[in-house]
Write a protein that binds this ligand. Sequence first.
Ligand SMILES: [Zn+2]
Length: 607
Amino acid sequence: QVCFIAIKTLSLIEQLQTEAQINIVLKPTHLPPLPSYILSLCEFPLDYMSQRFYMSEGIVIAMGTVTKYTQGARFLCSEETCPFSEGFKYIRVHIPGATESATVRNDFVCCLCASPLREDMKFRVLGDKQLVEMIDAKALSAFQGYSNNKPHFRIQSFTVFLRDELSNKMKIGNRYRFIGIPTCIQNCSQVTVCIEVNSLQLCSPEGTSCISDGFKYLLSLTSSSYWRFTAILANIFACQVVPPGTYNTLKLSILLSLVQTCDRDNEAANYLDLLIVQNVDICSFPLIYIVCLVARGIQHPRSSDIFPIVSKDKHGTGTASIQASSAVLAKGGICFIGDLLSHKKDKLELLQSVLESRTTTVFIPGKKYGEDVDQQVILPIQTSFWSFVDEDSSSKKYVQKDNVPLGKQDLRSISANLIDAFGLLVHCNELSCQLALPLLEHIMKKAIDPEQVLYTISQQFRTQDYEEFIVFAKNLQVELSSEAERLVHGYYLASRRVRTDSIHGSKLSTSALKILVSLAEAHAKLSLRRKVLEEDALIAILLFESSLTLKHGASVFCVAPNAVFPYDLSDENSLQRRDGYLMQCHQQLLQFIATYGPGTHVTNSEE
Ligand SMILES: [Zn+2]
């Protein structure tokens, strides 16, 4: 009324005749941060009757295509003698939460003469609308392994309406804070709660600005060496689930992968994907625990799809809706897909292409979803993948050949390109070495009393401390020093030369350099340094060379089976010994580069 009077008095719109022609859409950008304005999607009861603004948050799990809706329509009385057969008495506009049939329908009647109303089609105003499904961020915990033994969980999602200029403003997998009006929609036999969004903003990831005192103290204690801090970090990591000192190489690789996750929309991030080769099914056990350390750590449930799929919209419109799936839900985090060989061949091919391109393409057939043309939607996959294969299951099927190169794992059941697509191959052979005993003891004790605190170190470095540490470390901006760059390049070129055969060309994939840089960067971040040093590059190279050895066997640059952790880290002495060993490795590496690197004559080692 106020707006109408103002517009009329000031003669702002000449054609304006009645109040019904005014449609006011409120777009509040903020609401008071008080509990009564906050709508939590996971708390009941929800207020969807009062038709007022609430502030809420959620993660987009499905997204429909943009379709049209009627913003407003003009109706006239069909009885020619009736005064309402002209003029602007019957203007119907969309109000939040209303369905299309509330605005346009063919059974409206004139309030004066009860004749049916007919729509004046040339006055119809159309707008864009998009249906988006969201879940509360807390619901993600269902994918984190806690409820893995309950396969039939159902996640309650909420439908969110984005209209007009808000269409296409949300991206699948992202988390948003929005202001909107909750309403209840009756759809056939189902009643659904929907939220009509009026404004939205992307939730910025929460970054912690500090690390726990325990880590600070550890950092000061180990400042004499560039390798000790991360060694101890890996040594005691996850001691809630595995005894300290076991799985050190795996735990270091995991930490490196964790600090290379990126929750900002950064398409140039250097992801570190891990493929773990294990000799006993024990390795997935700590992984489930570790996946929960990052906010977007998703354990892929076997029954669902890893990558986005298209399905029919649930609201009866028949339009296409893209479902997020595990890989997109894990945006900015980790997607743990379990046993690699448990996935079908076509899924593995898709996985390989995603690992290589970091995108996936969703095809929407127009015919099936009521559109004139087919559509292809390219979605970025900003996730690091972890998977494992059993050493036995992959090699038992084949008779072990005698001429398998030293150190090479027989993984013939997986395509070489897929293995290459994973940045790093890590071998877990804990049960076949002297570390088996503490591990078995740990499992026995945990079986007797799951709550028992087995190591005092787990109280000094709690799970939560590691969570904060990872958030802090991954947000560090690091810079590659020229020395580190030279070392990585030198190793890469030399390694390409020695791992070339006349039939297949070089065994080093083109992505190797990127992976090496990513590993070195990650090691610098994990050491809380902003500059990537030669020492970081050395660890990266040792891990990478071990991975190459698993794939293709040893090369001239021969590394020990446990190249990064050759000794138990029980005391100061062993750390000292490890430092000495790593310095020796550095010398060997320089020698290797000098012999086979750029600018040297190619000599074939077999000659
Ligand atoms: Zn009438």
